[in-house]
Structures are given as structure tokens and as C-alpha cells.
Design a protein around this ligand. Structure first.
Ligand code: 2AL
Length: 166
């Protein structure tokens, strides 16, 4: 976690490294780094949201590399994995029935849409995530792509707020 003032003054490569775990889309990080300095955190978050508003379906597939499946808390140590573990903190992995239902739902989702099910996990219990998964399985391809992109934006903005403080 660095302050906004630190972020404004970092060397570009260090600023990019800091943003790297927020989302695996270099164009987004580049835009945010080039937009410095930000007068306050609100301006930073607006710029971040604006740079994410143009994301397309191809960006979604590229970004999924940094988002392990729900219910599979990644063991390997990386900044992305540490964030993912925190985000999934409310998914109780001692609940074997929940874990099995998530595995099963993830497999059906991947067979249906051809990519990993993505949801902003922070603030949601495992049961709520499972319910959303079931609902989203009945979306059309177009609806679901838009929904997954919105979830990616939410995760990215939350990660950014965890990386840069006031
Ligand atoms: C994730 C993740 O890693 N963090 C989060 O909020 N959601 N993964 C996922 N497949 O939805």
C-alpha cells in the first residue's frame, strides 16, 4: 500500500509494477500511470473507471489469467494470488458441500461460456456466489459477457483501492 502522493512520484516502471496485480491489462495500467499526477483519490478512481469503461470481450479473456476460479484459493505466492485469497475470505472452504457445488457450477459455467466464471467475491458469502453463478448460467452470451466485464471492473477498482491509500 502506498499513498497517492507516493504513486504520483514513482518512476513509471515502479508505478506500473504497483498496478500490475489490479488487472492483467497493460493498457489500463499505462493510461493510469500516464494520467499522473492525480490531485486526490477521487480523481484517480474516476480515471481508473474511465480507462476500464472501454474494455471489450477480448480484454475479459486476457484479464482472466489473474483470477483463479472461485473456491480455488491459489497457493502460489504472488501479489494477485494474495489479493484473490483476501477477496474470497468469506467463502468457507471447510464447507465440503459448498466446495463441491462451486466446483460443479464452475464446470457447467465453463462448458456453457468457454471461460472461467468471474464475480467480485469481496462482500459476498460462498452461498451468495453460488446463487449468482446459477442465475448467470441462464444469461445469453451477450448478457453474460457484459456482466463478467462489469465484475472485472468492480474487482479492479477494489484492488486499486487496496494498493493506493489516501
Ligand atoms: C475472483 C478473484 O480472484 N477475486 C474475485 O473477486 N473474484 N475470481 C473469480 N473467478 O471470480
Amino acid at each position: 500500500m502506498v499513498t497517492l502522493n507516493d504513486f504520483n512520484q514513482l518512476e513509471p516502471t515502479a508505478a506500473l509494477t504497483l498496478l500490475h496485480p489490479c488487472v492483467a491489462l497493460p493498457a489500463w495500467s499505462n493510461a493510469l500511470v500516464q494520467g499522473r499526477p492525480y490531485p486526490n483519490r477521487h480523481a484517480l478512481l474516476l480515471a481508473a473507471s474511465d480507462a476500464a469503461s472501454h474494455w471489450q470481450p477480448a480484454d475479459l479473456n486476457q484479464a482472466l489469467s489473474a483470477h483463479p476460479r472461485i473456491g480455488e484459493k491459489p497457493a502460489a505466492s504472488s501479489a494477485e494470488n494474495a489479493l484473490s485469497r483476501q477477496e474470497q475470505a468469506a467463502v468457507n472452504d471447510r464447507d465440503a458441500a459448498l466446495a463441491q457445488a462451486l466446483r460443479d457450477g464452475n464446470a457447467r459455467y465453463e462448458a456453457r461460456f468457454g471461460r472461467v466464471f468471474l464475480i467480485r467475491a469481496k462482500g459476498r458469502s460462498g452461498g451468495e456466489i453460488l446463487q449468482a453463478l446459477e442465475q448467470r448460467l441462464s444469461n445469453s452470451d451477450e448478457q453474460e459477457t457484459l456482466e463478467a466485464l462489469n465484475q472485472l471492473r468492480e474487482i479492479t477498482l477494489l484492488r486499486l483501492q487496496g494498493v493506493i491509500s489516501e
